[in-house]
Design a protein around this ligand. Structure first.
Ligand SMILES: [Fe+2]
Length: 169
C-alpha cells in the first residue's frame, strides 16, 4: 500500500560519505527491507542471516567473501553496477572500502529469527568467535554494535587452537 518511497541512491551515498555514517535505511517492511551501506575498513566477520539477500554495487567494488558448505572460503567479486543474490544461511562477509556503496535488500526478521556473526582465525581458520543477535531494527546499526563487542574482548579475538590474536583496529 501507499506510500511508495523513491530512494535516490547517489544522493544517499553522498550523505553517508559526508556524515561518516555507515548505514542508511530506505525502508523496513515485513517482506522487504533495504539499506545503503558504506564500506568498512575492518570488516572480517561472516554474517549468517535467515533472509535471502540481493546486493547491488552502487559505487566501487566489493569482494564478497563466503564460505562453502565444506567450510572453504571463496570470494565473489561484485563490480560497480552489478548485483548478486545470496541465499539465506550462506556465511558471507562483504568487504569493500569506505568510499564504496552497496544497496542491500532483505526482509524484516520474523519473530524468533536470529542472525549470527562468525569470526575465523586468519592464521589457521579455526572458528574464533560467534555472536547471535536479533535484528529488530537496521537503523540501530547492529553490525557496528557486534564489532564494538568483539574488538573490546581480547579473549574473543584469541584463537583457542593456535593462539593468534586478531587485531583490534
Ligand atoms: Fe588459529
Amino acid at each position: 500500500m501507499l506510500p511508495m518511497p523513491i530512494a535516490d541512491l547517489q544522493e544517499i551515498s553522498k550523505k553517508l560519505a559526508d556524515t561518516g555514517q555507515r548505514v542508511h535505511v530506505l525502508w523496513q517492511r515485513p517482506e522487504t527491507l533495504a539499506f545503503v551501506a558504506r564500506g568498512r575498513e575492518y570488516r572480517s566477520e561472516f554474517h549468517i542471516n535467515p533472509s535471502d539477500e540481493v546486493m547491488y554495487m552502487i559505487k566501487g567494488q566489493m569482494n564478497l567473501h563466503y564460505r562453502t558448505p565444506e567450510g572453504k572460503e571463496d570470494i565473489a567479486v561484485l563490480k560497480e553496477g552489478a548485483a548478486i543474490y545470496t541465499a539465506s544461511g550462506v556465511p558471507h562477509s562483504p568487504r569493500f572500502p569506505p568510499d564504496a556503496f552497496l544497496l542491500v535488500m532483505e526482509r524484516k526478521r520474523k519473530p524468533g529469527e536470529i542472525d549470527r556473526f562468525q569470526w575465523f582465525c586468519a592464521n589457521c581458520d579455526n572458528l574464533l568467535h560467534e555472536v547471535e543477535f536479533v535484528v529488530a531494527d537496521y537503523a540501530l546499526d547492529p553490525v557496528s554494535k557486534a564489532y564494538a563487542a568483539f574488538f573490546d574482548d581480547e579473549k574473543a579475538r584469541t584463537c583457542t587452537k593456535c593462539g593468534t590474536v586478531a587485531p583490534r583496529y
